[in-house]
Design a protein. Structure first.
Length: 160
């Protein structure tokens, strides 16, 4: 086996019997847990990005419907109603036709917004991953701490 084929351990000291120290194991576990948390956060961000986009499109459609109904309705209603009245229909019927057309348009925009909002889902993969991690961590029992050696005990007196 050449020197290039030998495994290289950088920053990890292994005892002659092949085991790592308690400090090294703790550092490795801490680093793995930290990496796991960072990866779960990244997963949640990726899943939520698409839902935020859908919510933005739905909110934009609702805003467009509101602006259309508020600003264009009076001006265009009068113009359309008088245009229909010039075709020979009564003025009242002309205004009713125009008002109904705007309500239909606002309803269509509202339905578009509703369909976009219904497509928003909760981040299921992130939730499942977090539950799985919590289940694994619940099964881990901490090591019991032993009493300090040396035989010295401290007594604390408390006055009541």
């Amino acid at each position: 086996m050449s020197r290039a084929d030998e495994p290289v351990n950088v920053g990890v000291t292994v005892s002659p019997n092949g085991s790592r120290s308690l400090g090294q194991l703790f550092a490795s576990a801490t680093a793995d847990l930290s990496e796991l948390v960072h990866e779960e956060i990244a997963l949640a961000k990726a899943e939520l990005r698409q839902d935020v986009k859908r919510a933005g499109i739905g909110g934009g459609a609702v805003g467009a419907a509101g602006i259309l109904a508020l600003f264009s309705l009076p001006v265009l209603s009068f113009a359309a109603a008088y245009g229909i009245h010039n075709l020979g229909l009564g003025l009242a019927w002309s205004f009713l036709i125009v008002g109904g057309a705007y309500l239909v348009l606002a309803g269509l925009l509202g339905l578009t917004a509703r369909s976009k909002f219904k497509k928003i889902k909760k981040p299921e993969r992130s939730i499942a991953s977090a539950k799985e991690t919590a289940a694994v961590l619940q099964g881990v029992k901490p090591h019991p701490r032993s009493a300090p050696s040396g035989g010295t005990e401290t007594t604390v007196a408390v006055k009541v």
